[in-house]
Design a protein around this ligand. Structure first.
Ligand SMILES: Cc1cc2nc3c(=O)[nH]c(=O)nc-3n(C[C@H](O)[C@H](O)[C@H](O)COP(=O)(O)OP(=O)(O)OC[C@H]3O[C@@H](n4cnc5c(N)ncnc54)[C@H](O)[C@@H]3O)c2cc1C
Length: 545
């Protein structure tokens, strides 16, 4: 055991491990990368996080920089839950619901809490967090905050950031701060502090004022965004100031979150689900736009394309037979209505029918949970693709989270189909089409050097397509190592330089999850690709249909 590990073991309440197995286990997340940590820390409490961070800061002051990576369940697909220094693993101990105030709906939780467990607990009180990712059963709430995760209902309710009220964060020097929206007066007080926290408020406020044009330019014209740093929501016109939106989605690169305060919403298990199938892609996308421009408020609009349906019906012929008799449609849309009153839901569906009736081939409305479960199999069939392999070819989470403005969607989809055709790859699209967010995963054999090179060529080409359509490379899964190299091109020089300034302000010694999101180059990440990419620890959850 190294001296650093020994010191930590002597001073922490939680465990410290350098066992080969543990290091190997934490050397992968659900991205295509592999980076082995040198020490695994299981913090027992915030004090352990503070102590570890303070120690690493002191080492960095003396010129010895050891990276630190906070980690939830490690389901990240961008390579952001990996690092070669200290791996700070939260689910072991820091996994409690600290407080649940049913009157205000406020939940205070520790970051290592399993998201599904939190959601189940909330359901028993008829409450929930609507921005849950589809990975909730096997991921943590800390990871969702780290990535600014989102899911199907984010169409109506926004991403994680919309529901986080305040955070406790351990800063790079070990100081603990609580973030929340501060009035102008409260901000003044913070700026008067002679601590690292005071320094951050002073410098950040000055930099945001000075670079106001770049702050404005950092806003992408999309409804969800997990790329870059959220600078635009820190300072409001009334002078109020909040670091919370900045930490949400920062992937552990600015500070380590030890407690999260969330607003929960009333949970209504009664929904109406509409399945609309189309024999024409343009008609389906036009229908999505019509709904978006109308007064209708579905809670989600999800899509599955013909290619996915075709693949799934070949792999598992019985799965969709009862809901989608042949011939398969070009596109299926699933629209959910979650209004609390049945009357409002029914009216929504009546209006929807009027709006899209000319374009749609078949329309099924389900209010019965069993019937809905059958229809939802269509959307969940993407997990059949994800857990499928063809020889050594596997679907790779490489170009799977881009989001574009809705008016760009038809052109974007056409370009993505062409990209796959040009590269002789099998294509399939699915996702939250109502937001302009579509996933796809090319089948590649990463054991072959040529295929690994192809992966980066694909990423380059995909990135250009997303930029052409004014989109963001990641709606919900973060830049990490995978998309970090494209951040400068996505945002342009001024905004990217501002991101770098903010990172340096919070992390002057660059040890908070370095090599993630910011200052990442393709040359640095190429050697990290693991030939043996697989869903490993997820097979017990997939496929879910
Ligand atoms: C099959 C599959 C489906 C998925 N579906 C979705 C989806 O629908 N929507 C979606 O948004 N994502 C999805 N993801 C990606 C991922 O599961 C989510 O983003 C999830 O919220 C990450 O949680 P985690 O606990 O695994 O976090 P991790 O992977 O452990 O970490 C994620 C990021 O958060 C940081 N982090 C973790 N804890 C802390 C902390 N305490 N302080 C600061 N930073 C921290 C990490 O350093 C890392 O950068 C999916 C992934 C898979 C494999």
């Amino acid at each position: 055991m190294s001296k650093v590990a020994q010191y930590l073991q002597e001073h922490l309440l939680g465990e410290v491990s350098t066992s080969k197995d543990a290091l190997r286990h934490f050397s992968t997340d659900h991205s295509i990368f592999q980076v082995e940590p040198s020490i695994v820390v299981y913090p027992a409490n915030e004090h352990d996080v503070r102590k570890t961070t303070r120690f690493l800061w002191q080492l960095a002051e003396r010129g010895r920089v050891i990276p630190m990576t906070p980690r939830g369940a490690g389901t990240d697909t961008s390579g952001a839950a990996l690092g070669n220094g200290v791996m700070m693993v939260f689910p072991a101990h820091m996994n409690r619901i600290v407080e649940l105030d049913l009157k205000s709906g406020r939940a205070v939780v520790e970051p290592g809490l399993n998201y599904g467990r939190l959601q189940q607990t909330l359901h028993t009180h008829e409450r929930y967090i609507p921005s849950y990712p589809s990975s909730l059963e096997f991921s943590t709430i800390g990871g969702a905050v780290g990535n600014n995760a989102s899911g199907e209902r984010s169409y109506k309710y926004g991403s994680t950031s919309a529901h986080v009220r305040s955070l406790r964060v351990v800063l790079a020097n070990g100081e603990v701060i609580t973030t929340r929206r501060l009035s102008k007066r409260e901000l003044g007080k913070k700026m008067g502090l002679s601590t690292f926290e005071g320094d951050i408020y002073r410098k950040l406020d000055a930099v945001l004022d000075d670079q106001a044009a770049a702050v404005d330019a950092s806003v992408r014209a999309v409804s969800r965004n997990a790329s870059g740093y959220n600078l635009a929501d820190i300072k409001h016109r009334d002078g109020s100031f909040d670091l919370t939106p900045l930490f949400v989605g920062s992937q552990g690169t600015l500070g380590t979150i030890t407690e999260i305060s969330l607003d929960t919403l009333e949970y209504n298990p009664e929904t109406h689900l509409v399945m609309a199938s189309f024999h024409n892609l343009d008609a389906a996308l036009a229908a999505v736009q019509t709904v978006q421009h109308s007064k209708l408020q579905p809670s989600s609009i999800e899509m599955v394309d013909y290619h996915l349906l075709d693949l799934v019906s070949k792999l598992n012929p019985n799965l969709l037979k009862s809901v989608l008799p042949p011939p398969l449609p070009k596109v299926v849309l699933l629209l959910e209505f979650d209004d609390s009153s049945e009357r409002a839901r029914k009216k929504g569906i009546k209006d929807l029918k009027k709006l899209i009736t000319n374009d749609v081939d078949r329309l099924i409305v389900a209010d019965d949970p069993l019937e809905q479960a059958l229809l939802r199999k269509i959307r969940h069939s993407s997990s059949i693709l994800m857990s499928h392999s063809e020889g050594r070819l596997k679907p790779i989470p490489l170009i799977d989270d881009a989001i574009v403005p809705l008016d760009e969607l038809p052109g974007f989809v056409a370009d993505v189909y062409k990209l796959f055709a040009d590269n002789k790859l099998q294509v399939a699209l699915w996702g939250s089409v109502g937001d302009g967010l579509l996933h796809t995963q090319p089948f590649l054999d990463l054991e072959q050097l040529g295929e690994r090179q192809k992966a980066f060529r694909l990423l380059d080409q995909y990135h250009k397509i997303v930029n052409k359509h004014r989109g963001s490379l990641t709606a919900s899964r973060g830049d990490g190592r995978l998309r970090g190299p494209y951040l400068a091109a996505e945002y342009g020089h001024d905004v990217y330089t501002l991101f770098q300034k903010v990172k340096a302000l919070f992390d002057p010694y660059n040890f908070l999850n370095p090599g993630v999101k910011i200052n990442v180059t393709t040359d640095a990440v190429k050697p990290l690709i693991r030939p043996s990419y697989g869903l490993d620890r997820l097979y017990k959850y997939l496929p879910r249909s």
